[in-house]
Design a protein around this ligand. Structure first.
Ligand SMILES: [Zn+2]
Length: 259
């Protein structure tokens, strides 16, 4: 087996949406991963020397890094204590994660971070135009509390899944603040991670999110992360269904080339 193209000291963050049998519709199917494909991808990474970490691990290492004096910019600081640390994230929090992703994650011993649309919990994915996509059920509070017991951490994907950069400041501030509060009340734990819907953010939005107490904010910018990566603009690899494991492998290689 060839070694992973990812350097040992880089953090790879995977972005998934749905896990389950494909819904058939071609455009929609791109955001679905079959449970066996999820398992195959996780196992492939592990075989190549990736270690799966949770959000706490990333926060701890990032906090340590900010306490040590910065190195020359050509020498990015290393994530210590994990070789090719890899964080698995899911956006939107659809109900299929409970039925199909959770068993795979548990069996493989992989922690996960799921970003919830806080104002839609127990509802439907009604933020997309109904003519384009079928609405899907979202996780309920009960399912989320059980998943929390079984190794899943939850973060905010805002209140209503808007493109934050299209909103006036007052509204995007509310999306960030209220979603955090709602999730903390419902889960009984601090919520300090955020994923921007559609990956849309600005330097100002990122700065305000950090001021509000978010410690890790995930974009959809491709690439890998170091402890020096802006915590308001962490990079992720968007996993898509087409191409299966072959495309997944190619994409990991592309993230490594971006750095
Ligand atoms: Zn989303």
């Amino acid at each position: 087996m060839r070694p992973s193209p990812v350097p040992e000291d880089r953090l790879l963050v995977l972005l998934y949406h749905n896990v389950g049998p494909s819904p058939g519709h071609r455009g929609l199917a791109a955001h679905w991963t079959a449970p066996e494909m999820l398992r195959a991808q996780l196992r492939w990474l592990r075989t190549l020397g990736h270690s799966f970490v949770d959000a706490e691990w990333v926060k701890d290492r990032a906090a340590q890094a900010t306490k040590t004096p910065p190195l020359p910019s050509s020498l990015a600081r290393e994530w210590r204590g994990g070789s090719r640390p890899t964080l698995v994230t899911f956006d939107d929090g659809q109900a299929n994660l409970y039925s199909y992703a959770l068993p795979v994650l548990e069996q493989e011993g992989v922690p996960a971070l799921v970003f919830m649309v806080a104002g839609r919990i127990g509802g439907l994915t009604d933020w997309e135009a109904p003519s384009r996509w079928r609405s899907n059920p979202l996780l309920t509070w009960e399912q989320m509390r059980e998943m929390q017991q079984r190794g899943v951490t939850f973060g905010s994907h805002t209140l209503s899944h808007p493109r934050l950069t299209d909103l006036p400041e007052e509204q995007w501030r509310r999306e960030l603040a209220q979603s955090k509060l709602l999730l903390e009340e419902g889960l009984g734990r601090p919520v300090d991670t955020l994923a921007y819907p559609y990956g849309a953010f600005s330097p100002e939005i990122g700065q305000v999110a950090l001021e509000m107490g978010y410690r890790l904010c995930f974009s959809t910018l491709p690439g890998l992360n170091t402890p020096d990566t802006d915590p308001a603009a962490l990079r992720r690899m968007n996993v898509r269904r087409h191409g299966g494991l072959w495309l997944f492998r190619r994409k990991v290689g592309r993230m490594a080339r971006i750095g």
